[in-house]
Design a protein around this ligand. Structure first.
Ligand code: UT7
Length: 332
């Protein structure tokens, strides 16, 4: 290893984007057989944002990415790697990151999309960190973004009330050991692939066969109750694992930022980690489950709320389709 080789990466800029249109629980009462009371008590969600008819994923990513670059004080040409974590790309070819590249002016960046569902952002940070650590990249833009409302089945009340659209972006740059991203962990267990899936629209059930749409296959499907139990266990285990490896007690954390899928999952994990409520960040009430955008949007809201400050020690842990789960400990 060279003496001047950077050892880790720190967050030097952040930016988020939410569509203007808000879909409340009352709005959903008019679409499916549900109630504000059921959604609020079972999930904690009160509203979510939804793209307009003429909006798509790249529009959100451009807004979030531009805000993060400005926050970092960088010119777009200074970014040498751009990773977009998403499960809801704008189109299969090309990658949405390539569609975004000229709009953001990332002329010197290699771009790719990363698919790890709700864990995608933390996976992408882990990848970015490796490139910065080896010196292969110096300034990386990492975005988690979703247009989930384009993929939900508006006749399925068990899923359509849960998801929202949004994008959260960060810029990562080299940091000294002890600063920035301190430790990460990531896991996959494909034996549970059918718990959260969108079975149609790929090459198994292609979009060019009428029966794919007739069977309502190109929609998000989730076995919520089973997913719930695995989520609590996985989020707790990986969070404790990362903390133990780093020699840090949960109580040393300034803030825990869990994936925002369900307030009952968040509270159960917070309790298992022994954290008081004020150290567990929650914004699922305002944005719903935004999958790969969930963690960065929560980080941005936490900064805005004064709950995450420069120098704070924070843990962000995600969980989602794959199944995938991942955690990152960082000094902000
Ligand atoms: O981001 C990726 C990871 N995702 C997650 O971690 C999500 C994990 N799962 C969950 O958050 C919860 O399981 C859900 C919110 C999806 C569902 O909550 P639940 O407490 O597990 O409910 P359930 O699926 O056991 O359903 C309970 C009842 C059922 O009725 P019956 O069979 O008891 O008569 C459902 O049909 O609630 C009914 N139900 C609804 N009722 C009103 C399900 N969805 C709705 C709805 N409105 N929207």
């Amino acid at each position: 290893m060279h003496d001047d080789m950077p050892r880790t990466a720190r967050i030097t800029g952040m930016g988020g984007a939410l569509p203007e249109r808000v879909l409340t629980n009352e709005d959903l009462e008019r679409i499916v057989d549900t109630s504000d009371e059921w959604i609020a008590t079972r999930t904690g969600i009160r509203q979510r944002h939804m793209v307009a008819d003429d909006e798509a994923l790249s529009d959100l990513v451009v807004r979030a990415g531009a805000a993060a670059l400005e926050d970092a004080g960088l010119e777009p040409g200074e970014i040498d790697l751009f990773i977009l974590a998403t499960a809801t790309p704008e189109q299969p070819i090309p990658a949405t990151s390539a569609i975004v590249q000229p709009r953001l002016g990332l002329v010197n960046a290699a771009c790719f999309d990363l698919s790890a569902a709700c864990s995608g952002f933390v996976y992408a940070v882990n990848v970015a960190r490796q490139f910065i650590t080896t010196g292969e990249a110096r300034r990386v833009l990492v975005v988690g973004a979703e247009c989930l409302t384009r993929y939900v089945d508006w006749t399925d009340r068990t899923t359509c009330v849960l998801f929202g659209d949004g994008a959260g972006a960060i810029v990562l740059e080299p940091a000294e050991p002890g600063d920035g991203i301190l430790r990460t962990a990531w896991r996959t267990d494909g034996r549970y692939a059918d718990l959260i899936q969108m079975p149609g629209g790929g090459c198994r059930f292609p979009p060019n066969r009428p029966e794919t749409l007739e069977a309502r296959l190109p929609f998000i499907k989730m076995r919520g109750n089973e997913t719930f139990k695995v989520a609590v266990r996985a989020l707790t285990e990986i969070s404790l694992g990362v903390l133990t490896e780093a020699g840090i007690e949960p109580g040393d954390l300034d803030l825990f930022i869990p994936h925002q899928a369900n307030i009952r999952i968040i509270q159960a994990v917070g309790n298992r980690l022994g954290l008081p409520a004020e150290k567990v960040y929650i914004n699922v009430d305002r944005v719903g489950n935004t999958s790969a955008a969930s963690i960065p949007l929560a980080m941005i809201d936490a900064v805005r709320d004064g709950r995450l400050k420069r120098g704070d020690l924070a843990l962000a842990t995600a969980f989602g389709g794959g199944l995938t789960w991942a955690s990152m400990l960082f000094r902000f």
